[in-house]
Design a protein around this ligand. Structure first.
Ligand code: GZL
Length: 329
């Protein structure tokens, strides 16, 4: 019997009763085979980027592969929606909760409620910042600091190949106070800090959004014009928003301005191959397999690794780009 994916939009608790009744009625736990499945509540940040959509698709596909009953909620970029979703998962007595926290702060109360309810919590993709210990079981997601370092190390190699005296850098950052924003910024800054050629002119918050990436690039071009030698963008979406603004200013991205991006979605890889992006640091959204295997271990009371980082690579104009496999996001 095909496992039904239970997609649950954001509902008031009062409506939950009706929905819960409905879900219990079709809850795959009571399937014809009688196999008690695992019920996983997942709160996703939103749909802000190709990366996020790819992550959602992978979570749903892997839940189906593992026969896990998925209660999925899209928070539409709002922390309060994630907190409400987690409270609904607690009320529904799911076996495991997983979520990708949009920002690092503000989770103590709801995660304490999950802990008090005896429901283990998996952090997916992003981390939280808390004084409290043991509010979550583990983090499954990229090493964002390393991604920033890889971006910085690429730029140093690029400067060497150009034999340039100095490079003026503008940085378009992801969502303020999010783990990827904080760590990609820190890793990049640390990688270039001893290289006197490197000068960061300004960092500006693009919120991981394509539209904001375009706005940020317009602002930076109006302020610095052709003084800009490098754009370091925390995700492909913002990069793809910025490129047309560079061209409108009469500059050639990838040649007049070095473009460094993170995520590695198909659109950015295609632009990398065209020469308008110089470097794409991979950040895989395909975390679903690890999430499902970890959820099963937690339900069975087994111990889990506190941190699971996927392997990630760098695609750039230094190498052969012809054999990059289809990205799938
Ligand atoms: C990174 C993820 C970031 C992506 C963006 O793991 O949290 O959020 O880099 C996405 O594309 O919006």
């Amino acid at each position: 019997m095909k496992k039904r994916r239970i997609r649950n939009s954001v509902l008031a608790l009062g409506i939950l009763t009706a929905v819960s009744t409905l879900m219990f009625a079709c809850n795959p736990k009571e399937t014809e085979t009688g196999d008690p499945g695992l019920l996983l509540g997942f709160s996703q940040i939103g749909s802000e980027s190709a990366w996020r959509i790819g992550n959602t698709n992978d979570i749903e596909e892997q839940a189906a592969n593992y026969g896990i009953n998925l209660m999925f909620e899209n928070a539409n970029q709002k922390q309060e929606n994630q907190i409400a979703a987690i409270r609904r998962f607690i009320a529904y007595k799911v076996d495991v909760i997983a979520f990708s926290p949009i920002v690092e702060e503000g989770w103590d109360n709801v995660l304490q409620e999950a802990k008090d309810a005896g429901i283990p919590v998996i952090l997916v993709d992003r981390d939280i910042s808390s004084e409290k210990e043991d509010l979550t079981a583990c983090l499954i997601g990229a090493d964002f600091y390393s991604e920033g370092v890889k971006a910085g190390e690429y730029l140093i190699r690029k400067a060497d190949s150009m034999e340039t005296e100095e490079l003026h850098i503008v940085e378009i950052t992801g969502t303020d106070n999010s783990t990827p924003m904080r760590q990609r910024q820190a890793g990049f800054a640390d990688a270039i800090k001893d290289d006197e050629r490197m000068h960061i002119l300004e960092s500006i918050d693009g919120d991981f959004l394509k539209s904001r990436g375009a706005e940020c690039m317009r602002t930076l071009l109006e302020k610095y014009g052709d003084e800009i030698d490098v754009v370091y963008s925390h995700n492909d979406e913002m990069t793809l928003g910025a490129l047309p603004e560079i061209e409108k200013a009469g500059l050639v991205p990838g040649k007049d301005i070095i473009i460094i991006s993170i995520d590695g979605g198909q659109d950015a890889i295609d632009v990398l191959k065209s020469g308008k992006i110089n470097c794409v640091v991979e950040c895989t959204p395909k975390l679903g397999k690890e999430v499902m295997e970890t959820a099963i271990k937690l339900k069975n009371g087994e111990s889990v690794e506190p941190m699971i980082h996927p392997e990630e690579q760098v695609f750039s104009d230094e190498g052969d780009l012809s054999n990059i496999a289809p990205r799938g996001y």
